[in-house]
Design a protein. Structure first.
Lengths: 612, 605
């Protein structure tokens, strides 16, 4: 078991290092060199300080030469390692941002269904929280390089300490204890004793790490609440409601109560942890004491010089310190490895969706036949069916209206059509072939969709219409024209280069109606043979609504189009109407035919028409 | 953006320290204890080798050697343990101060300052920078306070050791002074560069974070996939990262130069110190112990000096954030927050009069509300209609008491609205805002706006809003939390249910003036018709204003007001306006055309 764990540890470290190397090839060499220089630095003074003192006591000849060497080495190692450290920091911060970018890319490309899956998003949160609490990829590299540095320190220190093992010529009249001190065994015993202190700390270090982990676990929930409270207070839209309904009192009562518990948790853990930390520091001081005793006794007996005393104390202290820190670091590296595993595992989540390879036949006549065959669907972890036994065929090249009460399954119908989800039962066919068998990207190229909750991002307007950094401005203008946005954009100073929203410099804010028009322009630019508009006029005033209605025919000429709306008026200009209720299609036919029936359709129609 | 006030770092730290002491009387005690221990430890550390060398070279006995080393070690161990504990005490005090004082002050200001000031782009920006200043252990408020101990410690250490060093040789002090001056000059240069270029880099950081948030928000996922935006977005992300990378290299390069300059001066320092000490030693002025002590003192002094400069340098960055924070808190309200006329004297329902009301957004060129005159009789129901951008939502904010007119006045029962205490005026109006937003608290709390509420009344309001059954079906009824943001067992309500809950909230508040801003946009026809009816039934005794793009809704209102370019273009009953054949009639015609018989209508498109 233990070897297995160790093997896992090494494998993970290797994998993480190779990930770092791929992302930033200069990072590992830079960290290595820094470790090399930094660990050597203290030994310059330890070594030269002793020799300078001895030389002085011996009369002072050539002492300035030694000083010169020491100063020169100090300069090279000190300056080099500090400059390198800055460079490593820059390297690390950039690579850290690249790591975040990798997460973003994963989110952009994973199955849509996965993006909505709680367990996967929890993994993302855990990975993120672990990374913020325990350090990212580059803190990991940093820890490893420190570990290496401590290893080197041990080597240097052992080399220095080995001088202690050389027996000196016994001074005349050496007593028994002097002879004993002179033996290599005494040196060995002292060394073992000196190292016993950091090793005795191992259980303490474990305890400290356990406390840190426990605190991290127990504060996860609190951290989430903390940021929720902050986001409430900083949500200016919510600020209207909080003022109007005088809810600030309730908010602060809750926030204050939350803090009492949350801060107590930290207090409790931090004090316990710092007591352990203090104990570790004190126990480690035993090393220094032992070093002074042993080396001092030797000097007193005349076995070593006075200069050697400071050198050996320095070396033994450095040795024990390096061992102690290495022990702590191994714990940290192990922790970091575990957290980073969440991160790498998140990046490695495989797609669950079956992705076919069939290309979609390119046709100019828009002859794409889409059919639902006995499709049933329920959302993951839900018992209720959102769609049940839906069988229908989209009217090729014609206009379809989809209506029904809230929650009837209209939007789910569209999501399945876009393959954002796959049917739980049944199949959707394109020209007689299951859409799962087509290459997903190719299949999506058939659809232009304006979702009810369409999103526009804070980038340049022209790019936003084209969904790309490279676009054909002439076509963008055409689409804006068709969507009724051309005039507004022409009045903007920078035209298509105008930024949208706050993230862009001088970004313009769009009203709900303008946003909707832009989303429609985006759908038109895509120029796909199937056009789907989900509630495209909800935020529009009657005149803009009329414009969209009037242009609908022109916008969708020769295409199969689907129009979902609560405005029953839109059914008038569609060729076919599907009426959804409770997840099934309860009625279908032309507006006139359905109005003549005594069914849900006529009730929906009357509910609105009565006022006109 | 208006020029923001900047204060010297010491002014800000003094301000924070005063606040911290006010929060916690024992704060200075903890600070002093940390300083005392941490100042003593390096002294002992310098004395230890000196004592050893002294005992060995001055011919001491084994006993004196053991006593010296043992005594110092005991002191050192005790100090170390105490130091770790005390530092933790102080660190926890700092974190507690940031949350209990800092975050509370920030959120309190955000939730209670005049909304008009908050909502402007500058106001939001100010709020964001202020929340960043209290957003972590090592930034802004807490960062600055954390560095206070370091700064004081190094200052004290510098004075203490500086005295010793000067007693040894003033030339060494000269070299160190030059080193510090050079370091300071380079730091200033690096800082200026940073200030000049930070704006761009910060923009890229915000851009990056915007894209990161955007990518993981499931709500964006559909559009991103359907329009294959991943390359486009990643291109933008990578550009941000790379621009920051090149900026960081330049900025860090400047800072690294300080290390180089320090190293050069250290060479000078060491050469000088050793030359002098070797001379003194050989001349017999000092012995080996004195030699060791002096080397220790000089290196410790240099250390204090460097760390003092570093701590001051950290402050240079943090003090700006503290400035942001204080500037946010110091924003002066413009509404009346003192005593005003008694709101309980306002009749229910009251008469509301807008007299020559004008409103221009800060920096806006033309007024959004332009010399508008309108009188709403007590208990009258007004339908406010108009195209997008006619000024309807601004008018809602003015009447709700979130904005004050830039010209003219609003009178409630003849009393100018601006005369009322701002918070009391808010009690007069119940508004359903267009952007449907609920708190992640329980259903009952969302309806009543309080933790302690009349459950019967909440149920009655839910009933009237048509939401009773749905709430009864929830696992914990009124005590069910909305969304899982705070409670794991919270539930998500559909758009229609949220809409109804907001309506129930307005009913619970039972304010004499009621405003509904587009409350049915997301509803299906049956639910919409149902809500219209409920509004008509329950708003009988209120002075109310109803805004909707669905002109059909105007029919249960007493009067229709058609707004255009911030002015009342037409007003009258639905019938009157239709007969007049003006703009309202035209709009109504457009909408109703679809619902009328096909025979007398032309097919559009």
């Amino acid at each position: 078991m233990k070897t297995k764990k160790r093997a896992e540890f090494f494998r993970d470290c290797r994998d993480l290092l190779s990930l770092i190397h791929r992302r930033r090839p200069t990072a590992i060499p830079a960290a290595l060199v820094t470790a090399l220089l930094e660990s050597a630095f203290p030994f310059v003074n330890i070594l030269f300080g002793a020799r300078i003192l001895d030389r002085l006591l011996a009369g002072g000849e050539g002492v300035m030469e030694l000083v010169g060497w020491m100063v020169a080495l100090d300069f090279v190692l000190g300056c080099g390692s500090r400059v390198l450290r800055w460079s490593c920091r820059a390297e690390a911060l950039t690579a850290d941002e690249l790591s975040m970018a990798a997460v973003a890319e994963k989110c952009l490309t994973m199955d849509y269904q996965q993006l909505e899956t709680q367990s996967i998003m929890d993994k993302l949160t855990r990975a993120g929280e672990g990374v913020t609490a325990q350090g990212d990829l580059f803190s990991f590299l940093w820890s490893l390089s420190e570990l290496l540095g401590h290893g080197l320190t041990v080597l240097y220190a052992l080399a220095a300490v080995s001088l202690l093992f050389l027996p000196a010529d016994l001074p005349a009249g050496g007593e028994g204890w002097v002879r004993a001190l002179n033996s290599p065994w005494a040196a060995l015993a002292a060394l073992v004793l000196a190292l016993a202190a950091p090793l005795a700390c191992v259980p303490l270090v474990r305890r400290k790490n356990r406390l840190s982990r426990e605190l991290h676990q127990r504060s996860l929930d609190g951290n989430r609440r903390f940021s929720t409270y902050l986001s409430i207070a900083c949500d200016y839209q919510l600020g209207k409601d909080i003022r109007t309904y005088a809810m600030d009192g309730m908010y602060f009562a809750k926030q204050d109560r939350f803090w009492v518990g949350f801060l107590d948790l930290f207090r409790k853990y931090n004090f316990r942890r710092s007591a352990v930390q203090g104990l570790i520091a004190v126990v480690n001081l035993a090393t220094v004491l032992i070093a002074y005793l042993f080396v001092g006794l030797k000097a007193m007996a005349g076995l070593i010089t006075v200069g050697m005393v400071s050198m050996q104390v320095g070396a033994i202290t450095a040795l024990a310190g390096a061992v102690r820190q290495a022990v702590e670091l191994i714990g940290r590296v192990d922790l970091q490895r575990k957290y980073l595993k969440e991160y790498t595992e998140f990046l490695a989540i495989p797609s669950e969706k079956y992705n076919g390879t069939l290309p979609v036949e390119k046709r100019d006549d828009g002859d794409y036949d889409l059919e639902f065959r006995d499709v049933s669907f329920r959302y993951p972890n839900q018992e209720q069916w959102s769609l049940r036994h839906v069988t229908c065929r989209l009217p090729k090249g014609r206009k379809l209206a989809v209506v029904g009460p809230n929650g009837a399954g209209k939007t789910t119908f569209i999501k399945l059509l876009c393959r954002l989800y796959d049917p739980t039962e049944g199949a959707i066919l394109l020209n007689g072939i299951d859409i799962r068998k087509y290459d997903y990207g190719e299949y999506l190229s058939l659809l232009s969709v304006v979702f009810q909750d369409f999103k526009l991002f804070s980038m340049k307007l022209g790019e936003s219409v084209a969904s790309s950094a490279d676009y054909d401005p002439r076509r963008v203008w055409e689409c804006l024209e068709k969507a009724g946005m051309r005039g507004r954009v022409e009045r903007m100073e920078k035209g298509l280069d105008t930024g949208l929203f706050q993230q862009e410099e001088d970004g313009v804010e769009l009203s709900g109606g303008e946003g909707q028009k832009l989303a429609i322009a985006r759908a038109l630019y895509k120029d796909a043979p199937v056009v789907i508009l989900d509630e495209p006029t909800a935020a529009l005033d009657p005149v803009s609504e009329y414009e969209i209605y009037s242009r609908f025919g022109e916008m969708t000429a020769g295409k199969t189009s689907v129009y979902i709306s609560h405005r029953m008026s839109s059914c008038r200009f569609c060729d076919v109407v599907f009426v959804f209720d409770g997840g099934t299609i309860v009625q279908q036919g032309s507006h006139e035919a359905l109005l003549a029936q005594d069914g849900l359709y006529s009730r929906l129609w009357q509910a609105q028409a009565q006022y006109y | 953006m208006k020029k923001q006030k900047h204060r010297p770092a010491l002014v800000n730290i003094w301000y924070l320290l005063r606040q911290a002491v006010r929060q916690d009387r024992t704060y200075p005690l903890a600070l002093a204890a940390v300083l005392a221990v941490k100042l003593a430890l390096p002294v002992i550390a310098t004395l230890l080798p000196t004592a050893a060398v002294a005992a060995l070279t001055r011919g001491g006995t084994l006993g004196t050697y053991l006593a010296a080393i043992g005594g110092l070690m005991v002191l050192y161990a005790g100090g170390t343990f105490l130091g770790v504990l005390l530092e933790e005490v102080l660190s926890v005090k700092n974190s507690v101060f940031r949350t209990i004082w800092g975050v509370t002050a920030q959120t309190k200001k955000a939730l209670t300052m005049d909304y008009q000031l908050l909502e402007s782009p500058e106001g939001l920006q100010r709020m964001e920078t202020a929340s960043h200043a209290v957003g972590g252990n090592h930034v802004g408020v807490e960062g600055m306070l954390r560095h206070l101990a370091d700064w004081l410690l190094n200052l004290l250490g510098m004075v203490l050791y500086g005295g010793l060093a000067v007693a040894l040789d003033w030339r060494i002090l000269l070299v160190l002074a030059a080193m510090t001056a050079a370091n300071y000059a380079i730091a200033l240069w690096a800082w200026r560069f940073n200030m000049r270029t930070k704006g761009e880099a910060d923009k890229d950081l915000r851009g990056q974070n915007y894209f990161f948030r955007l990518s993981r928000n499931p709500a964006n996922g559909k559009d991103i996939r359907l329009y294959r935006m991943e390359q486009w977005i990643m291109g933008a992300v990578t550009a941000c990262v790379m621009r920051r990378d090149s900026w960081r290299r330049r900025s860090f390069g400047r800072r690294a130069l300080r290390s180089v300059s320090d190293s050069v001066f250290l060479v000078l320092r060491d050469l000088l110190a050793y030359a002098m000490l070797v001379g003194s030693f050989l001349a017999g002025d000092i012995d080996a112990a004195g030699f060791t002590l002096t080397i220790g003192v000089i290196s410790t002094f240099t250390n204090w000096l460097n760390m003092f400069v570093a701590a001051s340098d950290d402050w240079r960055y943090e003090t700006l954030e503290v400035d942001d924070f204080r500037n946010f808190l110091d924003q002066e309200d413009i509404f009346n927050h003192g005593p005003g006329p008694d709101v309980s004297k306002v009749q229910s329902p009251p008469r509301v009069e807008l007299r020559d009301v004008t409103f221009t957004y800060p920096g806006g060129e033309k007024p959004v509300i332009d010399h508008l005159n309108l009188t709403i009789r007590p208990g009258e129901k007004i339908a406010l209609v108009g195209l997008n951008g006619a000024g309807k939502t601004t008018l809602v904010k003015l009447l709700s008491g979130l904005y004050r007119p830039t010209g003219g006045e609003i009178l409630v029962d003849g009393v100018p609205a601006a005369d009322f205490n701002a918070a009391e005026y808010l009690r007069l109006v119940g508004t359903l805002y267009q952007d449907v937003k609920l708190l992640p608290f329980t259903v009952g709390e969302n309806v009543s706006g309080a933790e302690d509420y009349d459950r019967e009344r909440v149920w009655a309001c839910l009933e009237k809003a048509g939401l009773r059954e749905a709430v009864e079906a929830l696992p914990k009824g009124l005590d069910t939390s909305i969304t899982q943001r705070l409670e794991r067992d919270g539930v998500d309500l559909s758009g229609g249910q949220q809409q109804r809950l907001l309506f129930a909230r307005a009913l619970y508040k039972d304010a004499p003036i009621l405003i509904l801003d587009e409350p049915t946009a997301a509803l299906d026809p049956l639910a919409e018709a149902d809500l219209y009816q409920k509004y008509a039934q329950t708003t009988g005794d209120k002075t109310s204003l109803f805004i909707s793009h669905r002109l059909s809704s105007t029919q249960f209102c007493d009067r229709v007001v058609y707004l255009e370019n911030g002015r009342v273009a037409e007003e009258g009953t639905h019938r009157e306006l239709l007969e007049r054949g003006g703009k309202y009639a035209e709009l109504f015609e457009i909408q109703s055309s679809y619902y009328k018989d096909k025979t007398d209508q032309e097919e559009p498109s």
